[in-house]
Write a protein that binds this ligand. Sequence first.
Ligand code: PRP
Length: 210
Amino acid sequence: MIDIALPKGRLGEQVYQILEQASYPCPSIREENRKLVFENPRAGVRYFWVKPSDVAIYVERAAADIGIAGKDILLEYQPQVYELLDLGVGRCRMCVAGRKGARESRDQTLRVATKFPKIAKSHYSALSRDIDIIKLHGSIELAPLLGLSDVIVDIVETGKTLLENDLEVKETIVPISARLIANKVSYKFKYEEITRLCRRVDEQKKEAAQ
Ligand code: PRP
């Protein structure tokens, strides 16, 4: 049995569909209920719905053998897990954004609002830029609008949130997509099962891309 942590929400549903087509179905997962654990012993899988930002913790601590986490989470928290596959879904980018037309002054410490302090710090330290991190948990785009910060470091997917709030991308830091990750011990002890799953998912991904 492989225990799989799926990120709750649209991305998780997309990923489950890939897994289903790759011969890891679990029909009960589609039932409308509030259950969080679903298993199909015949296919050798058990799925959990996990808050997306928690998937890496479940996998790192072996509560799940494998899971699907965004590259943003992997870069920010650097969990001790193996990154096995880029699933090519959940694509977006980590960006610096700010008010349209606003120019930042190099003389002052830049105030950066973000949910991703580690990514922001490493980006600006590579530029030798002094920053003041303002850690927020959501609606990051509000910060520059209300003068709480000069810029934000955040995820941009369609760009709609920025556009509708008179903000613009100033720089792209890194492209993001969903990654298949594995617990290091599980990878060793369930090597056959996990590599078979990876191979099937990869084939499925390539078929879908054609
Ligand atoms: C994310 C991100 C942006 C938005 C970008 O927020 O933080 O706010 O999506 O998407 P867009 O480019 O398609 O507009 P999320 O929905 O996770 O909510 P949050 O405000 O709680 O971070």
